[in-house]
Design a protein. Sequence first.
Lengths: 327, 304
Amino acid sequence: MHLVRKLAQYLVALWVALTLNFALPRLLPGDPVDAVLSKLQQQGPVDPESRHALEVLFGNTGGPWWQQYLDYLAGIAHGDLGTSVTYFPTPVTTVISESLPWTLVLVGMVTVLTFVLGTALGTIAGWRRGTWIDSLVPATTVLQSIPYFWVALIFLYVFGVTLGWFPLGGGYDSNEFVPELSFAFIGSAAYYAILPALTILVSAIGGWLLGMRNMMVAVRSEDYVVAAEAKGLRPLRVMTMYAARNAVLPSVAGFAISLGFVVGGSLVMEQVFSYPGIGRAMLQAVSNSDYALMQGLFLVITVSVLAANLVVDVLYGLIDPRTRVHA
Amino acid sequence: MTQLVTAETAVAVDVAAARSRPHWIRPKSVIGGVIILAVVLFAVVGPFFVQDPHAVSSDGLTGPSAAHLLGTTNTGTDVLAQLAYGARGSLTIGILVAVLITILTSVFGVAGAYVGGAVDDAFSLLSNVLLVIPGLPLMIIIGAYVQHKSLWMVALVIALTGWAGGARVLRAQTLSLRSRDYVSASRVAGEKMWRILLVEIFPNLLPVLSSGFVFGVVGAILAEAGLSYIGIGASDSITWGTMLASAQAGQALLLGAWWWFVPPGVLIAVLGCGFALVNFALDEVINPRLRTYRMPRQDRQERR
């Protein structure tokens, strides 16, 4: 019953996202067709036919709004997201599938690494409250209150411009390689990924650290931890198998959700480092008024976040039986 | 045995610390408060003492000098002047958003949970749905469709995409409060609903609300900076975000014009730290278990 209720909630969320995607361009001031037309007019004369062609391209097939809405939903059900204007005449689905791997690999790996490192440090900080490692906590919070892109820019300035250790942007050395499956290419891609990865790690680790630290502090005073200590178990065992194991539950939930944000959560990083992923495609779509691509990307990002949340809800009942009772 | 003794002395220290002064007066919150006051003062008073932030001059991209204390941008405008007006813009957005978010979370979190029934179901469905729809992409999409954006418009977009998390926290808190005895008592005594909400419930939610407000201000300033950096920020005013965006567009990084892109970032960071410190103190008020007390040195050594 609980699961059915949850599922219904996610279906509603999906429907709201789809409808927002459909309604926003029609409700907000500014017509995408006008925007593209004025862009075309700057490059040369536009024949009158193209207005109608553009309207069709944006899914405006004429007819009442509910007819358009149904056409739109049917198109999505068939995996047809329209045609990108930026990369004309490439279909939106192709643009997405080309940029998705870059984002998934880089941001995915960094997210896992940040979670593991932050949680481990948080465990120790919460266990040894008041020692030097605990005083790291305010420092990482400071890092979190700095805008991410500014940290990234400073890193780029210091390590890229001044020291020249790392490239200034891009996903790989485009003078030497085309994307292929070879060691040399993967090596190049890994080299280009170091600096972006480092900036994400630095700015995101504080949240995991603080969350885990506070949970450890709370768990530290539980009876079962005291009992384990009284039994004379080794401190390391009490810390990891008794305290940390229970304290990590909220972090695990947060981790699963952040995996959902891997797809869309790196917009700004990709802009700073000109990284060829989903976020950069989104920003290019915005600056080129490429509404079909924008809608397609928003859909992909939303669906992945929804999926991650659903997985958390189902998994959480398994790893923490208490939530099943309360639900 | 050692363990027990340590625990007891720790409690004794707790009591002593708690008696000597209220726990919100601590170095953390005092430093945080001073920082926030200083930045607010700079935003309020600063613009009266600096040059015109829009004045274009021929000496573009010069470093700090007597004429321009923080140098100039590529169009020759004074960086310090922009910084002062930018402080105004950024703080305005921060406070606007925080106020809007506080109102939205109170209506959807507190009122919904207190009334209960279908209203609560509808409100919590709405906030749960909004919570899982990714905010930044949604902000970007809305920002892309609206061509000319005022400061108010940007604040509205940030607030509308950012209130759901707070509403969920408040709802949980209100649900636990509404079934307390003293609330039931005043209901039985025939008090009106708005009076119960304002007098009995709200005061107990103040710590949570104020922590939400603090997060709202910082989050909004960061979100605005990010939006401006991407190129869809407010087009009618100067903020720290638009400064950073134009520094990026003017290749300040590659030209080594640190005086252009470092100050706005530092100010955002400093203000963020101020709020973070205040929030640490607030956290410890809300959740006493998080308070750290320095134990006497001898005890700490025994513990190892």
